[in-house]
Design a binder for this molecule. Structure first.
Ligand SMILES: [Zn+2]
Length: 214
């Protein structure tokens, strides 16, 4: 299966999540590029997610890793001035829940401000650490499933039923997506920045950096 061009919000999120799984498996063997087995993992997961025979995993592994690395900033590895950061900012509609909270130092917190993970990474011209992206995609998928946003078409040139969405009408900072009917849908995360192309295994960061490694 060649790389696909997602047509809906759901396809975009699932394709990114499947590529993320490929990036994790690709990082486990010492090859600079992805191997056939990695592409098989990606393609099987994507097809399963789209068909509904496979599900996105819950947050148990993310929470366990957060506990294991609770003494370091998840972004830079610093061990001083730690607090909690909303991966998806509350100002944009992110929840004040454990799933959305990560450990961050004061410096990263003030640099990130009200940006969400992908906006902040785009500003820094960095690809996000895989484990943070995994939590982010799970939050995004959970949100879109709960709010019936998965079928929104991404291509603004294709006609579709107008969707009346009142979500976040009162949140100016919500991330807008202009979609097929030229209406605006508000997402609490950066739908336009969901990554579909992942760096080669040698260039991805798949673990929380520790201060020792800096
Ligand atoms: Zn930091």
């Amino acid at each position: 299966m060649a790389p696909i061009i997602p047509k809906t919000v759901g396809e975009s999120l699932y394709w990114s999540y499947a590529n993320l799984a490929m990036a994790f498996t690709g990082g486990r063997h010492n090859e600079p590029t992805y191997q056939q087995i990695d592409f098989i993992v990606r393609n099987k997961l994507y097809c399963g997610l789209v068909r509904g025979s496979l599900n996105v995993k819950n947050f148990i592994i993310d929470e366990k890793e957060k506990l294991d690395a609770s003494d370091a900033c998840c972004y830079c590895g610093s061990r001083s001035n730690l607090s909690l950061d909303h991966l998806i900012p509350q100002l944009k509609g992110g929840r004040h829940s454990a799933d959305n909270l990560v450990v961050a130092c004061r410096s990263c917190n003030s640099s990130k401000k009200a940006l969400d993970l992908m906006e902040w990474m785009a500003k820094k011209k960095q690809f996000p650490p895989l484990r943070l992206l995994r939590r982010y995609l799970k939050l995004a998928i959970q949100y879109c499933v709960e709010n019936d946003l998965m079928d929104i078409l991404l291509n603004p040139d294709e006609p579709t039923e107008p969707k009346q969405l009142t979500l976040f009408d009162d949140v100016e900072a919500g991330i807008r997506l202009e979609h097929a009917d030229r209406a605006l849908t508000f997402f609490p995360f950066a739908i336009a920045l969901i990554p579909h192309r992942f760096p080669d295994p040698e260039n991805v960061v798949d673990r929380v950096p520790s201060a020792d490694q800096e």
